[in-house]
Write a protein of this length. Sequence first.
Lengths: 179, 184, 406
Amino acid sequence: MEKITLTKEMVLQTLQNNFGNIFSNIEEPYGILTATVTKDKIIDILAFLNKHEILQFQMLTDLCAVHFPERDKKFQIVYHVHSLSNNFRLRLKVDLDGDPPKIPTATIVYATANWMERETYDFYGVIFEGHPNLKRILNIDDMVIFPMRKEYPLEDNTRTDKDDRMFGREPNPLFKPLI
Amino acid sequence: MSTTASNITIEKAPAGIEGAGFFATGFDKVIGMARKNSIWPLPFATSCCGIEFMATMASTYDLGRFGSERLSFSPRQADLLMVMGTIAKKMGPVLKQVYEQMAEPRWVIAVGACASSGGIFDSYSVLQGIDQIIPVDVYVPGCPPRPEQIIDGLLRVQDLVANESLRRRNSPEYKALLASYGIK
Amino acid sequence: MSNPTHKHIKLEGELEKETNTINIGPTHPATHGVFQNIMEMDGERILSADTTVGYIHRAFEKIAEHRPYYQITPLTDRLNYCSAPINNMGWHTTVEKLAGIKLPKRVEYLRVIIMELARIADHLVCNSVLGVDTGAFTGFLYVFQEREKIYEIWEDICGSRLTTNIGRVGGFEREWPNSSFEKLDKFLAGFPKVFKEFENLFNRNRIFIERTAGVGSISADRALNYGFTGPNLRATGVDYDIRAMYPYSSYEEFDFKVPVGKRGDTYDRFLVRNEEVWQSISIIKQALEKIAKEPAGVFHADVPEYYLPPKEEVYHNMEALIYHFKIVMGEVPIPKGEVYHSVEGGNGELGFYLISDGGRCPYRLHFRRPCFIYYQAFEEMVKGELLSDAIVTLSSMNIIAGELDG
């Protein structure tokens, strides 16, 4: 089969032919075709892209989540897939609401999604339904909060040795200044 | 042949009585000298400072010159716990367990900014200094410290080792220090 | 299971079905970094390996949401700390892509030199430590001497040996001193001979080949499904190199080969890394020739809103003063948007997914860390192997704890 160069229109057309008009917010920031889909179709789309003989999106480059506290759908899961044989990258986004937000797992398509989804669960609390081993991976196991969410602070609140006056913050009642 | 070898000085002998064929000094001085020149370190290398430690052990900077040639990864056989790198809160209990398994006499050197005080990682998951869980003897600042600084830290530990009383472990101050960390 | 020398004795019952659970790590001399493996063993064979990571989780992504763009460079240093300059350049190229900054050619060639030196340094550590794990300590000592020379070159340019924070958004912080070019020439003259000696110690060494050939292999399909990139993927036969497929920083003008292996085992990974070191040496030589043709003294792009003006101008010139104030306060005009950019790190595709809301800190910064992604496959690679093979496999995958946990 001769090599054809994939263009963004071709990829979009193939996807729309097979899944209908469920792709919204189609844009191309900095050269990567991006589309937003719904959570019930995302795994079928990923499986389709992986198995297609021409498109051949063999690698899931990245899976991460973003927290938008001021939107209705507060969480957004971003999938970056990559077709090595065609030099083509594609970004798919899914908006989720609810607490905790739920989405089917991508481990049935790509084995690499295993730890990526565990990391996303650890940081944001997103439940991936059907994941073989959804537990915390980087933080301590008995942590109850999901630290990357915007409402949680960066620093450890239990420190008593920091002089908050130097940071422009309200003084911590536990801190006893030396001067 | 180079004639500028005069930077190398001979170590001063401890105070004692010298005679023909003998040298008499106190036990603690001899034992201190023997101890300080044969410290066996336990390299607890977690991150970037560990790579600088590897450079210190390699031939250019050679930590083995100071008697620390034999690294011991088993805490039971080690004298000096060299904590090099960031200690996260998940790693804290592991570090404490390793420290508790070390036999007396033992010393701890915190290499790098992360081990001394948390370094640039002022976040929820990093222990802000290992002296929150174990007592530390020498702190070596730097991010990462140069090998010369690590060697300097080891030399300061050697000063402590040479001058330490042989039964430090029974002294009330030491016991109070360990009790404040909850270490038996 | 019968004992071969005493064929009349038969062992049966619980004795042959018992498995052991052993714990390797998190502090262990053979694991280069802090990660834990709880292995179920049947004698010396591994039945399963349960990995635990996160013992050095430093919350880079959370810290990055609270720091201005130029303060994130020291954070990226600490990802893959054996080749810190590549991470720095990756971050700078990401921000430059977002802000639309174009660099002069000389700056890009200088960046290529720095990145290839970092790649050499990373592969030297990985391969020499693989030698140490199989019991050959000499290669480690030879190679660390050469790493010291690379450290001296970096120290001349930026002041630091290991965690370099080299470069700024828009170029380099100062012109490279002449001593750094002299040291680079001396390094290029002396290093190939030492590396040839290192290769002679290992490449055809009977013991090394028996320890590493056929050990810890993975097929190309499984590797792609697991998201492998870098030398680990190239050892299985897939020639995926970001420098060739999505060239950044003028890599398209350089002539280099991408080495691939055949079986994806430990020996192939070792050989692929060795060959990449030779290719890096050739790229550095080409870059030096190209720099000689460019106008001298250019070390940054002309972007005063992102790049600090020289200090003398700040004292005399009003615009320079304003730009200096704004940049230091973090008020750089980074446009809103999202960008994904990746560079070929020592371990593969190091990706930066940056979402900016136009403010002084990123809204979201996600690092696509290759070590984290391919370490998942470790259990599959060592199932059924001996324990000592598992240690050698772990070492050849070049797991850097900083990049694993991030």
